[in-house]
Design a protein around this ligand. Structure first.
Ligand code: 13P
Length: 302
């Protein structure tokens, strides 16, 4: 089937089957276009928690679909391709986090949403890139163990006063490859471009950027800014919504272009098959789910 035909079929089927399709900004443009809601991790978890439909089809990597299932245990949550994982999430193993908790018994565990359910269950509270600073400020206690993204943790910890933040040694390999040199190669040809980046980028990048924010904060920034040309330091998928929201502005990516192969494992064909055949349902073991839900709801209540 051609792309448009497939998109029409998906739209028809989701209405017929009472399915809501959620997609992260890093998804391919043709998938974002069939989604009922496109957003960042925080927005998507809010929508997943309140969606009235009986089934959520989540276009994103596995931990995102898992978060939706944790928040909506009575709904069917489908992932079009369960093998789509997250290299950052893989950097924190439950046993290692348990050991770190034992080594730092007074520390509160703040887990970035980019972890699997078992780690969420070990955390006191979850955060996303959009609210990490607020979560660190609001959590009681003076010591925080932040897992698993050292870059995001370090960026937000800089602004948090009076707390000691212990950083896990994890990182997103896609954002880690965004270096000052990869930005400078583009900036040389576009000296007036504003550099706006995701907090998962290394400190050498966030320290020099004109703006740092989550994907939806970056999107809002380009819409509201008077500038007309931007170098975007995050995964390439975000450009689709930027071009839609600000069609007269120019969006450039670092060189080499940051692309998450895991996110791109979700294809239109796989979305269609998932919808048609009700595969692949996400499951989370109940005792883990209950603990993980508590940590996520604490974040949503802030
Ligand atoms: P946000 O959705 O919070 O912007 O984070 C995206 C992400 O997962 C980066 O890897």
């Amino acid at each position: 089937m051609e792309i448009q035909e497939l998109q029409e079929e998906i739209r028809r089927k989701k209405r017929e089957k009472d399915v809501v399709i959620l997609a992260h900004y890093y998804q391919q443009p043709e998938i974002q276009d069939i989604a009922d809601f496109v957003g960042d991790s925080l927005e998507l978890s809010r929508v997943a928690a309140s969606a009235p439909q009986g089934t959520i089809l989540f276009c994103g990597v596995r931990f995102m679909a898992e978060t939706a299932k944790i928040l909506s245990p009575d709904k069917k949550v489908l992932t079009p391709y369960p093998q789509a994982g997250c290299l950052l999430a893989d950097m924190a193993e439950p046993r290692q986090v348990e050991e770190a908790k034992k080594a730092h018994p007074t520390a509160r565990v703040v887990a970035y949403v980019n972890v699997y359910a078992e780690i969420k269950a070990l955390a006191d509270i979850i955060c996303t890139s959009a609210n990490a600073r607020k979560v660190m400020e609001k959590i009681e206690g003076e010591k925080i163990l932040f897992v698993p993204d050292r870059n995001l943790g370090a960026y937000h910890a800089r602004a948090v006063k009076g707390k000691e933040v212990l950083l896990w040694d994890g990182y997103c390999p896609i954002h880690e490859r965004i270096t000052p040199a990869s930005i400078d190669r583009v900036k040389e040809k576009h000296p007036d471009a504003l550099v706006i980046v995701h907090p998962e980028c290394p400190p050498a990048v966030t320290e020099q950027a004109d703006f740092v924010g989550s994907t939806s904060q970056l999107l809002r920034f380009v819409e509201e800014s008077d500038a007309t040309c931007f170098i975007i330091g995050t995964e390439a998928g975000i450009l689709h919504q930027m071009r839609k929201k600000a069609p007269d502005k120019e969006f450039l990516l670092p060189d080499p272009i940051p692309v998450c192969d895991q996110m791109k494992m979700i294809t239109l064909e796989r979305v269609y098959t998932s919808l048609k055949e009700d595969i692949y349902p996400v499951t989370v073991e109940e005792t883990i789910r209950v603990k993980a839900e508590k940590a996520i709801r604490r974040m949503l209540e802030l």
